[in-house]
Design a protein around this ligand. Structure first.
Ligand code: BTN
Length: 325
């Protein structure tokens, strides 16, 4: 309840950014007391928002915060359900672990967990994910889709498409998707996605899609041992990017893709994925626990599995492997 009033207050203030809005109007529109309005405004101030307040006129916003916080992420966020609940903390072990705890306490579909620094960021295959600094985007989305578990990989793929399209829109950078779900820019990784699921045989209980995007690290701050394989948006574009704005666009795009996927199936995602596929029709090395061979990437099938053509021209469908070149 408290949370939805804060959301409504944020929407009202965002709409009246240029003018004063009186405490009484806010109190009437939100159906809460003027003291409650004042308390919410104070919470916003703690998140870095600044207001001018004048007797009889009310509040006028004079500074929007671009720091990450629950309020700044919700400010003007154009979604219906993704990010209506945001958990933000300056530091966490891992947004993924935090989201699992929330999920076990019945947190709702679309809940978003964000932090500035992860002490124990996790990557795929039990690897660690370097994220103990506020220069990237570290985020997990909790979903409760009414779909069977084998759809989880498709959802990871449309997450990758949502992120690619958002980052391309804002930065104009030629970002691509390396199967299954790493994002690459100029031959180096800038984003990784980790999908984890709690499910019965035929039904997903919950799904947590976490992603880490290297945004504002510079050559001076980027870890030396990762430089040959990974990079950041700033290093590649020479600019600093507003993480809050990127997060909002990604969440909005994600919600759109989610609905499109539920209504029209995987076909649309698949087509988009192919447009952004890294090394499509190029020769790569495929490494599975049982084999290692050269092949050419052909695309993905309707389940999101990778199709490659081996040197003997035989087509192979890959559900799990590491792709190198
Ligand atoms: C990978 O490429 O191996 C996946 C990396 C996923 C990192 C993100 S950052 C936010 C979320 N929290 C984590 O601990 N991991 C994911």
């Amino acid at each position: 309840m408290k949370d939805s009033k804060r959301n409504q207050l944020i929407q009202l203030l965002a709409k009246h950014e240029e003018d004063y809005i009186s405490g009484q109007t806010l109190s009437d529109k939100l159906g809460i007391s003027r003291t409650a309005v004042w308390k919410h405004i104070n919470e916003l101030k703690k998140d870095g928002y600044q207001f001018e307040s004048a007797p009889r006129k009310g509040y006028k916003l004079i500074h929007r915060s671009s720091d990450l916080s629950e309020s700044s992420i919700k400010w003007d966020l154009q979604t219906n359900w993704v990010g209506q609940k945001v958990y933000f903390q300056e530091e966490m072990d891992s947004t993924q672990d935090y989201a699992h705890r929330l999920a076990r306490k019945n947190a709702e579909h679309g809940t978003v967990v964000i932090t500035n620094k992860q002490k124990k960021g996790r990557g795929r295959m039990n690897r660690s994910w370097e994220s103990n600094h506020p220069e990237g985007i570290w985020i997990s989305i909790l979903l409760r889709p009414d779909t069977p578990p084998h759809h989880a990989s498709q959802m990871t793929l449309f997450t990758a498409v949502s992120i690619v399209e958002s980052l391309r829109l804002i930065t104009n950078a030629d970002i691509q998707i390396k199967w299954p779900n790493d994002l690459y820019l100029n031959g180096k990784k800038i984003c990784g996605i980790l999908t984890e699921m709690q499910a019965e045989l035929d039904q997903i209980d919950y799904l947590i899609i976490g992603f880490g995007i290297n945004v504002n690290q510079t050559l001076a701050t980027f870890p030396e041992d990762l430089k040959n394989k990974s990079t950041s948006l700033s290093i590649e574009t020479g600019k600093e990017w507003n993480r809050k704005e990127l997060i909002q666009i990604i969440l909005e795009n994600f919600e759109d893709h989610y609905h499109h996927y539920l209504e029209n199936g995987f076909h649309h995602t698949k087509q988009k994925w192919m447009n952004y596929a890294y090394k499509l029709n190029e020769k790569v090395e495929v490494k599975t626990p049982k084999s290692h061979y050269s092949a050419t990437i052909q695309g993905i099938n309707d389940e999101g599995a990778l199709i490659v053509k081996k040197e003997n021209q035989q087509l192979e469908t890959i559900y799990s492997a590491e792709i190198h070149w």
